[in-house]
Ligand binder design. Structure first.
Ligand code: ZN
Length: 279
């Protein structure tokens, strides 16, 4: 059986409350070797640490998602000391998901003020990653899709993140669920401390979509696999609740796109994740 590493789960999500242990057991018996559970706020970072301490092969990341800063505004920063108390966990392997999210639902537009707030929160956490010598999982969403039907976004947040993290050359980064265009991917590829991870949304695209050009361009040594569960279930599970065992569908799609044997892809991406997270 091929063995994969699921680098981006939200197993602490309430959608798993009824059957979390079964979901985890299904992953480990179905070819998932290790799981990184991601923090996306203060509560979920706490839960992520708890989960990692309970299961030997689950590791955790802690992070305050840009939505957290949008929700709590300046008050978010009052919680930063509490957030830092999570850092001694031995299972902590990364800071994330953190970054910039410029998408405002219902046709709204992000303000400069809101961008400033997100950037402040992002940079505080990059400083923490530097102190803790941990890699960083990036969340990035542009303010608008270029067109609703294609897998493409405006790159305002991408450019802003790139500019900020270029000042942190001692840190390693992964662009989670990467959705940037080819030209942007090429720019990221020039930075050796930056990796990419892909989730189920690559299985939604039409065969001629730019994402496949992006995938072909990125060497497999720079790619990690993820589900982002419970969101973004890959085809053929699209529309259902996503779970770590579905990471195999993401692996298959990448192998098919890059014309690699699934065994080779598994071996290399697993090695990438073990090295990146030090696990
Ligand atoms: Zn996520």
């Amino acid at each position: 059986m091929i063995m994969l590493i699921e680098t981006h789960s939200h197993l602490d999500d309430k959608q798993f409350d009824a059957d979390r242990d079964e979901v985890i057991a299904r992953a480990f018996s179905g070819g998932v070797k290790k799981i990184i559970n991601i923090g996306a706020g203060l509560g979920s970072s706490w839960r992520s640490v708890d989960l990692a301490e309970k299961y030997k092969d689950i590791f955790c990341a802690i992070g305050l998602h840009p939505h957290y800063f949008m929700e709590y505004g300046e008050k978010s920063f009052d919680k930063f000391d509490e957030f830092k108390t999570l850092s001694p966990s031995k299972k902590l392997v990364a800071i994330g998901e953190i970054g910039l999210d410029y998408f405002i639902p219902d046709g709204g537009m992000i303000t400069e003020e809101q961008k400033k707030l997100q950037k402040k929160g992002f940079m505080l956490q990059l400083e923490l990653a530097k102190v803790l010598k941990l890699p960083v999982i990036l969340h990035c969403r542009g303010s608008r899709p270029v067109a609703p039907s294609i897998y493409r976004e405006t790159e305002d947040s991408y450019e802003d993140i790139f500019e900020i993290i270029s000042k942190f050359s001692e840190l390693n980064f992964v662009w989670h669920s990467f959705g940037g265009r080819l030209e942007f991917a090429e720019k990221v590829l020039k930075k050796e401390n930056m990796l990419f991870s892909f989730s189920g949304n690559i299985t939604y695209s039409k065969p001629n979509a730019e994402i496949f050009e992006v995938l072909r361009k990125i060497p497999i040594e720079r790619i990690m696999l993820e589900t982002d569960c419970p969101y973004l279930a890959p085809v053929p599970m699209r529309g259902k609740r996503n779970e770590p065992s579905y990471v195999k569908y993401v692996a298959q799609k990448i192998a098919e796109t890059k014309r690699l044997e699934i065994e080779d892809l598994a071996k290399i991406t697993t090695g990438n994740a073990e090295k990146f997270f030090g696990i």
